[in-house]
Design a protein around this ligand. Structure first.
Ligand code: C2G
Length: 459
């Protein structure tokens, strides 16, 4: 008798799960299915799981392929199960290809092709709770998005759009999703849109996605002009859609905790915020060559401005930009100084100068310090006049951190929570306004930006 084992969360049971179990059963005579516990999903960083363990087991049972159902409670359990049950084949979806090769010392490992379009058939008609997400853009950020979205229950990455067929196909093949070179076909196939294209194309894509009744998650900086941000938010509101700027720091649990501490009075009244983020880029990188949208501030400014806006608010009394430029005229290092009625702030970023990336929040009774990578906050300290007293705080931060913003985006769409306070529309519009002021101070040709609609160059 050939024994097969497979594992999964099986939340919001869908066609992909059904087909996986069916094919796993066909590999042998006896199928064991391991269903993850809530606690295990939490430790492995899976967010938004909706169904209880009991419901998920019931759904696996109802599918009719499992001969035995077990509970998966911890990392490392798979090897023990394989030995204990004398398993011959371990089967799992191909979205995990490579991840379980280590089990081949114990049994045969089979990756079954992931079901690309889970919602095209029966589930759509039943008003599936799974949201199909489509990506515009096929660059590095888009690549990081897919593994993170996989860990948010309730979304399924469905397809990618790039007018260059070759780029779309290459990307889609790698991630086992559908390629689209026609934007209308793309919009028909998805419910939500994630925009990960060069900055100056964001406006055109956001507008077109909203006009096609899609919720939008857009990479930062969302737009580079205040009026554009206001127009797009108004359009989203009118259409009852969510438009969400993806500054991942704003949604990560540690940063959220840090803001709570900063505003709690523990360090007294905040008087100074200093945020620095530098990331050296190669000379031939897009970031150091795009004459309109490249440079340090457009690339990293959203991160360094975020804690300042969150703590002091949108009403600064003055703002000043000081930048060091490279041969191509782009800023390699930029320092922004802001004055507020009750304090001062500096935001520093660089693509061509390395500095200590830290966040410092100083108050009348103490200060908070977060070392790099503070934009993925997982640990920070609070210091006081008494140097012997240091309060230490830790918070979970998993993977690349994009899963937190995807999870909040989804919760807002489903109306299950309102995460708007983490990055308000007003804050996004202010950020766009600051980007605009910066571009103007640099004499960049920002006037023409946003006029471009759907740009073909989104390699
Ligand atoms: N699956 C699929 N097609 C989809 C979605 C999921 O074939 N469109 C497969 C997955 O690859 C997995 C199974 O269905 O084999 C269950 O998927 P999930 O419930 O998302 O569970 P997952 O997080 O993949 O569990 O120990 C847990 C496992 O390691 C992975």
């Amino acid at each position: 008798m050939i024994k097969v084992i497979t594992y999964g969360t099986f939340d919001l049971f869908h066609e992909g799960h059904y087909r996986l179990l069916k094919r796993a059963k066909e590999l042998g005579d006896y199928l064991i299915v391991g269903v993850t516990t809530e606690a295990y999903d939490k430790t492995r960083g899976k967010l938004n799981v909706v169904d209880s363990l009991v419901t998920r087991i019931e759904n696996v049972k109802k599918a009719g392929f499992a001969d035995e159902i077990i509970i998966e409670e911890s990392q490392g359990q798979k090897i023990n199960d394989i030995r204990r049950f004398h398993v011959d084949i371990f089967a799992i979806g191909s979205d995990w290809t490579g991840a379980f090769d280590y089990l081949s010392d114990y049994c045969r490992v089979v990756y079954l092709e992931r079901t690309k379009n889970i919602s095209s058939t029966m589930l759509r008609e039943k008003n599936s709770p799974i949201q199909r997400i489509g990506i515009i853009g096929t660059g590095r950020i888009a690549e990081r998005f897919i593994p993170e979205a996989k860990l948010v229950s309730g979304v399924s990455t469905q397809g990618v759009y790039n007018p260059h067929r070759e780029s779309a196909v290459r990307f889609a093949d790698k991630w086992e999703i559908d390629p689209y070179e026609e934007i209308e076909d793309f919009y028909r196939a998805v419910d939500l849109v994630y925009i990960a294209t060069p900055h100056d194309t964001h406006y055109g894509y956001i507008k077109s996605a909203l006009e096609h009744e899609k919720h939008v998650l857009c990479e930062k900086p969302m737009v580079l002009r205040r009026a554009q941000a206001e127009e797009l938010f108004a359009l989203a509101r009118e259409k009852n859609l969510i438009l969400f700027e993806g500054i991942k720091t704003a949604y990560c649990p540690g940063f959220h905790k840090l803001l709570g501490i900063a505003c709690s009075g523990i360090i007294g009244s905040v008087r100074n915020v200093e945020a620095c983020f530098t990331k050296l880029e190669k000379e031939d990188s897009r970031e150091l060559n795009d004459r309109i949208c490249g440079g340090s501030f457009t690339e990293l400014g959203s991160y360094v401005m975020l804690p300042i806006l969150k703590i002091f608010g949108k009403d600064y009394t003055s703002i000043r930009f000081d930048a060091i430029h490279g041969e191509k005229g782009l800023d390699l290092f930029t320092k922004v100084s802001l004055n507020y009625p009750t304090g001062v702030a500096t935001a520093t970023c660089g693509l061509g100068v390395k500095s200590e990336g830290r966040l410092l929040i100083s108050g009348t009774k103490g200060y908070i310090v977060v070392e790099a990578p503070w934009w993925k906050t997982s640990y920070f300290e609070v210091h006081y006049e008494d140097a012997g007293r240091v309060d230490k705080y830790s918070e979970i931060f998993l993977g690349d951190g994009l899963r937190y913003e995807i999870s909040d985006f989804l919760s807002m769409i489903n109306g299950s929570s309102n995460s708007e306070f983490k990055l308000t529309r007003g804050e996004s519009a202010t950020l766009a306004g600051i980007m605009e002021q910066f571009m103007r101070s640099e004499n960049r040709d920002y006037e023409n930006m946003g006029a471009q609609g759907l740009q073909p160059e989104i390699s």
